[in-house]
Write a protein that binds this ligand. Structure first.
Ligand code: ZN
Length: 100
């Protein structure tokens, strides 16, 4: 099992965009309906901003943080998060459903 944070840091903005299109993720903001969305990265060829979500289970063997990627709305600021390992697995061709 790769380290989700290390793997996610290898992704670029364009990788996440390709993932969203491939998965049929709606680009309309669920809050306001705007399609003025921004992938949280410095740019398409740049590293994504990887966020750490705390998990309230300190005894977890794989660590107590989940690596997340985000899509924000330029109109209302609503933020959607996506589990980074799902995007990593998709890019690397591992389409099996991860446990949990
Ligand atoms: Zn919005």
């Amino acid at each position: 099992m790769p380290n989700a944070f290390e793997e996610a840091r290898k992704l670029k903005g364009k990788d996440f965009h390709e993932f969203l299109v491939a998965k049929g993720v709606t680009l309309a903001c669920p809050s306001c309906g705007s399609d003025a969305l921004a992938i949280m990265a410095d740019g398409p060829e740049d590293q994504l901003h990887v966020m750490a979500f705390p998990i309230a289970e300190p005894e977890r063997i794989r660590g107590n943080q989940a690596a997340m990627l985000a899509l924000s709305c330029r109109n209302c600021g609503h933020v959607r998060h996506f589990h980074a390992i799902t995007v990593v697995d998709w890019k690397e061709g591992r389409h099996d459903t991860p446990e949990g």
